[in-house]
Ligand binder design. Structure first.
Ligand code: IDP
Ligand code: MG
Length: 140
């Protein structure tokens, strides 16, 4: 079943010029970009995006990081895209991520871990709507 998921190439990965490599890996895995924007989040945009984590000890640090520089936000489409994208990303902590996953290749530590991906259908719906009004998402 074709699904859509939200991906973010985080400020650490943009800073190290890994945008092209990461998008190449999405495409190589059959996850097609159907919407894409480069933007710099304000602190409050990052706080709204990560609201589910507001009680976590790392919330302030995480949202400061996400607002620290430009990011690339994409909608990826493909069969079983949510789960397959999470597999391509690897574990949250790059040190624990399987070899060859995006976080193993491009992540630095559990916070600066290069990429974001929606973790469920409900989350994907919220996260896609957060950055893309429906008219910006194309059919492919
Ligand atoms: P996920 O991105 O793999 O879904 P979440 O638990 O949803 O992981 O955490 C959201 C983001 O918060 C992570 O991608 C990472 O950037 C950051 N984060 C998660 N756990 C920690 C931590 O223990 N310390 C610092 N930052 C963390
Ligand atoms: Mg998460």
């Amino acid at each position: 079943m074709s699904e859509r998921t939200l991906a973010i190439i985080k400020p650490d990965a943009v800073k190290k010029d890994a945008i092209g490599d990461i998008i190449k890996r999405y495409e190589g895995a059959g996850l097609r970009p159907v919407a894409m924007r480069m933007l710099r989040m304000s602190k409050s945009t990052a706080e709204g995006f990560y609201a589910v984590h507001r009680a976590r000890p790392f919330f302030d640090s995480l949202t400061t990081f996400m607002a620290s520089g430009p990011v690339v936000v994409l909608v990826l489409a493909g069969d079983n895209a949510i789960k397959r994208h999470r597999e391509l990303m690897g574990a949250t902590d790059p040190a624990k991520a399987d070899p060859g996953t995006l976080r193993a290749v491009h992540g630095t530590n559990i916070e600066f871990n290069a990429v974001h991906g929606s973790d469920s259908a409900d989350t994907a719906r919220f996260e896609i709507g957060y950055f893309f009004p429906e008219m910006d998402v194309v059919a492919r």
